[in-house]
Design a protein around this ligand. Structure first.
Ligand SMILES: [Zn+2]
Length: 201
C-alpha cells in the first residue's frame, strides 16, 4: 500500500467513525437550518406534571417530521455506534446507542419511534435508517402529540435495568423523568443542538 493510499484509507475510516449528521431525512443532513422543533420541543423546558408523570425538565429535543410522509419517514443515528438497548412497545419505543470519540463515550436516545430496523448490539452508522417516525395509523392510536421524535444526548452512562418479558432487549433507561433542575440536566445531558453544532462539520 502506498503512502497516498494509506492516507486515503485512513481518512475514510477516520471520517466514518467521527462523522455526524442530522438524524432526519432532510435535503442536507449537515445543514442546521433544516431541523425544526415542535412548540414545546426545546431542550431544558419545564414540563408540567401529567397524571402518571411528575413535573420534570425536557432532557432532549422534539424533532418535527421534515415533510408530509406519514408512511415511512426515516430516523437515523447521528453517528456510528452500538445499539445497547431497545424497546419496541407502542409510543415509548426507544433505542439507546453507545458512541465513542477519542476514547470518550456518549450515548444517544431515540424515542417515540416505530418500525425499528436494528437489533441489540448492532453497529449502526448514520447512513442507514434505524427506525421511522410513527405512521398515520400509529398516531391515530397513540395520539398526535407523538408526531415528532425525541432525541437525547447523554454525558453519563444510562441507568442499567433488568430486561423483562415485555421488554427483552431493554437494558438501559435514560434520566428523562428524573431531571428536576438545571444541575441534574447539566450532569447527565448535552444540549443536542449545541452538541450537533459542535461536531457536525
Ligand atoms: Zn421530548
Amino acid at each position: 500500500m502506498t503512502l497516498n493510499n494509506f492516507l486515503f484509507f485512513f481518512l475514510i475510516v477516520y471520517n466514518l467513525q467521527v462523522s455526524f449528521f442530522l438524524p432526519i431525512n432532510n435535503k442536507n443532513r449537515k445543514l442546521f437550518s433544516e431541523i425544526q422543533l415542535t412548540e414545546i420541543g426545546k431542550f431544558g423546558l419545564i414540563r408540567k406534571a401529567r397524571k402518571t408523570v411528575p413535573s420534570h425538565i425536557h432532557t432532549g429535543i422534539d424533532i418535527k417530521r421534515p415533510n408530509k410522509n406519514y408512511i415511512n419517514e426515516p430516523v437515523f443515528a447521528i453517528s456510528q455506534g452500538e445499539v445497547i438497548s431497545k424497546r419496541t412497545d407502542g409510543p415509548y419505543a426507544q433505542l439507546i446507542i453507545e458512541h465513542e470519540i477519542n476514547k470518550k463515550k456518549f450515548w444517544t436516545v431515540y424515542e417515540h419511534i416505530a418500525g425499528i430496523t436494528v437489533n441489540l448490539h448492532d453497529i449502526v452508522s448514520p447512513e442507514k435508517p434505524i427506525a421511522r417516525f410513527m405512521n398515520k395509523n400509529e398516531l391515530n392510536k397513540f395520539g398526535w402529540q407523538f408526531d415528532h421524535f425525541h432525541l437525547e444526548i447523554l454525558k453519563t452512562t444510562p441507568i442499567t435495568i433488568q430486561p423483562d418479558k415485555l421488554h427483552p432487549d431493554r437494558h438501559y433507561n435514560s434520566f428523562s423523568l428524573i431531571c428536576f433542575n438545571s444541575d441534574d440536566l447539566e450532569k447527565h445531558y448535552y444540549d443536542p443542538i449545541e452538541f450537533l453544532k459542535e461536531h457536525m462539520h
